[in-house]
Ligand binder design. Structure first.
Ligand code: ADP
Length: 704
């Protein structure tokens, strides 16, 4: 048992021992493999390059190595984490020496197909070196042929020198020992064109040669690859360097080109870039100008908008028509004219009121419908006439137009109104004048027909009577002849009177119109004048079975008047009353004293005068009864003459009448005369014969 345990314990130990041996063998094998395969990374690399090869490798004023190759190699060291030391060499030969002696690890430079390859191994190309021709910027040249005679500065070691000599034998070359000498003559203006090595994708040439800051690239002559070289046989080092270059980014190293190649560039990249830049600037300027122009246009537009808004405001304010804007029925704007038309002082009683409140009652519904149609169909109404209610309740005529507009971003109704009340009044006035003219024309026609009738009737009667008288034979005795004459003389006299009355009246109205109707004012007892003339008619009316009743509340009233004319007035009124009063009727002549005035009333129980005729009865030629339907004779002049005579006395005449019942004419004559006034003559009342003559004339158109 114990042995078994010991055995078991021994085998466990053996297992551990076995595992340890295997791990150790594995570790040893790994270190063996790695030692045999891996190249030991160097910590420091010494780089040599000639020191006067600007811009690739040169020494600055303080003696520090500078240039494109130096920059490149510094970048390589950084990427690969290796310290790079530069060993200065003044020429290619010196550089080769340093490599051969192991004083430097790497040589940087061009691949030359010469004996250097016996001593060095070259890596892959990593930069393209370009040999280019630069000329002064202001020289107008397009390619190398354009500067044949100008002379091109070039160093004696520059490979392009041989290339140019071979390919362009006509071109003048200015050969210099050193690039410094070239630049010196560039500085003092002797050299205006140079042929120089340059790495195009690195920095601008003037970074390395400040003397060339005003030079432009004319033409690229050729490119050649730059590569590293190591001591012959140092393959691992070369691989290591090449791998390190591959790790560098594109911006740090350009893809190398294996062969030299000739490139003719007429339009260089610089020129293209310059043109792009100019085009870009032009576009930017154009855009800027556009923006400025647009800005100006917008500013101008805004200004014009503000100006036109101001003009519209003025237009609306100064517009003589009333302008309302109402939204959803409520007035939101009213101009000065609208306020004035409504008779308000300002818009406080208008704004926010329902627009329909200003429309006359009957039309509210119509306007409401119009607004509904406007909002629905977005139309404009034609101008129509309406009536609006002013603030004082007065209703005036207006013209109205309605339209749909946008006011403060909402739909609104624009209503324009014009006060046409005065125009309407004028129209009404015109219509009235027209009506009156027509009436007057009609009246004139009636008058002429009337006058003709008035003349013809008595003339016919006279003619008929004369014919009858002529029938009396000369053989008839004197008594028979007298009887004939006696029978017809009265008719002839009456008709002569009638013609006389007509002529008298026509003359009188002509005199009145011409202002020659003279009044003969004297002191008269007006009561006696009226009573005497009335009583002289009594006998005449008896035959017509009409009563004349005279009454007076005073016996005497002396006034200033023309008794002759007053008699004509009374006779005319009595003649009318007799004409239009049937047999059995009565005529009342009354005198009332009203202190200031004497009232004379002539009233009858005749046919009366219709109401509508009463206003015009005193107008000239006016007759109530139609001409062609005449029942009674007359010219229609009498009452107008009566009115003129009464008014010449400073008095008035009135009519009270009820159609079918009778008429009353009232004359008022002022009685403000002092009876004691001796300067006024006392008039004489006409004789009975005179009165009879007057009656004959005035009553001549009354036929029994
Ligand atoms: P005329 O010379 O024809 O009588 P007037 O001017 O005196 O003219 O009267 C005008 C008209 O007025 C008459 O034709 C008659 O129609 C009406 N008129 C005047 N007086 C009376 C009256 N008393 N009653 C009824 N009609 C009258």
């Amino acid at each position: 048992m114990n042995n078994e345990k010991v055995l078991k314990g021994n085998s466990f130990m053996k297992k551990i021992l076995k595992t340890c041996v295997i791990i150790m063998i594995l570790i040893n094998c790994t270190s063996f493999i790695s030692l045999g395969v891996t190249y030991k990374n160097p910590k420091v690399i010494k780089v040599t390059s000639i020191t006067n090869w600007k811009p690739f490798s040169y020494l600055d004023s303080k003696g520090n190595p500078k240039g494109i190759l130096i920059d490149f190699w510094k970048a390589w060291g950084k990427v690969n984490n290796i310290k790079v030391e530069f060993v200065k060499a003044t020429s290619w030969a010196k550089s080769l020496e340093l490599i051969k002696n192991g004083e430097a690890d790497i040589h940087l430079g061009l691949f030359y197909n010469d004996n250097r390859s016996k001593y060095m191994d070259f890596g892959s190309p990593f930069l393209d070196l370009m040999t280019v021709i630069y000329i002064q910027e202001d020289i107008d040249a397009f390619n190398i042929n354009d500067i044949k005679d100008l002379g091109i500065g070039v160093t004696e070691e520059n490979y392009a020198r041989y290339y140019l000599e071979e390919n362009y034998p006509d071109i003048k070359l200015l050969i210099y020992k050193d690039v410094k000498d070239v630049m010196n003559d560039v500085k003092n203006g002797k050299v205006k064109a140079v042929c120089i090595d340059y790495y195009n994708n690195f920095r601008n040439i003037s970074f390395y040669y400040t003397e060339l800051k005003d030079f432009k690239l004319l033409q690229t002559i050729y490119t050649q690859p730059l590569r590293v070289a190591v001591k012959k046989g140092e393959k691992e080092l070369l691989n290591f360097i090449n791998n390190g270059i591959k790790k560098m980014s594109v911006s740090e190293i350009e893809g190398a080109k294996s062969k030299w190649e000739y490139i003719n560039i007429y339009l260089t990249k610089d020129k293209v870039q310059k043109y792009i830049l100019i085009a870009f600037i032009v576009i930017i300027l154009f855009l800027l100008m556009n923006i400025l122009f647009l800005k100006n246009r917008i500013a101008l537009g805004v200004k014009r908008l503000a100006e036109s808004e101001e003009s519209y405001k003025k237009l609306v304010t100064l517009c003589p028509d009333g302008i309302f804007v109402h939204q959803k029925g409520k007035v939101v704007f009213a101009n000065d004219a609208a306020i004035k038309i409504l008779g308000e002082k300002n818009d406080t009683n208008i704004i926010n009121k329902n627009f329909l409140e200003f429309i006359q009652g009957d039309s509210k519904k119509t306007i409401q419908n119009v607004i509904y149609m406007l909002e629905k169909f977005k139309i404009t109404t034609p101008t129509f006439e309406e009536k609006i209610v002013k603030s004082n309740g007065e209703i005036i005529d207006i013209e109205m137009t309605m339209n749909v507009i946008h006011y403060k971003e909402k739909t609104a109704i624009l209503t324009i109104i014009r006060d046409i009340s005065q125009r309407k009044e004028r129209e009404e006035e015109k219509q009235k004048i027209l009506r009156e003219k027509l009436k007057y024309e009609q009246l004139k026609t009636e008058f002429f027909a009337n006058i003709s009738h008035e003349i013809r009737t008595p003339l016919n009667i006279l003619l008929g009577t004369i014919q009858l008288i002529n029938k009396v034979s000369e053989n008839d005795d004197i008594y028979t002849q007298y009887q004939y004459y006696n029978k017809y003389s009265h008719i002839m006299t009456q008709n002569c009177y009638r013609l006389l009355k007509l002529i008298n009246n026509l003359i009188d109205i002509t005199k009145i119109d011409a202002g020659f109707f003279r009044m003969n004012f004297k002191k008269y007892n007006i009561v006696q004048v009226v009573e005497d003339i009335t009583m002289s008619v009594v006998e005449y009316v008896k035959s017509k079975n009409i009563n004349i009743i005279f009454d007076t509340d005073i016996e005497e009233k002396v006034i200033l008047c023309d008794a002759d004319k007053i008699e004509r007035v009374i006779l005319n009124l009595l003649s009318n009353s007799i004409k239009f009063t049937k047999s059995g009727g009565s005529i009342f002549v009354n005198i009332y004293d009203k202190n200031d005035v004497i009232c004379i009333s002539v009233r009858d129980t005749g046919i009366g005068i219709p109401k509508e005729e009463q206003k015009t009865i005193f107008e000239r030629f006016r007759q109530v009864h139609p001409l062609l339907n005449r029942e009674r004779e007359g010219s229609g002049i009498g009452l107008s003459l009566v009115k003129s005579i009464v008014e010449s006395h400073g008095g008035n005449i009135y009519l009270n009448s009820e159609y079918g019942k009778g008429s009353e004419f009232i004359i008022e004559i002022p009685s403000n005369l002092n009876p004691e006034d001796k300067s006024v003559l006392v008039g004489e009342i006409s004789s009975n014969e005179d009165k009879i003559e007057k009656i004959n004339i005035e009553f001549s158109d009354i036929y029994s």
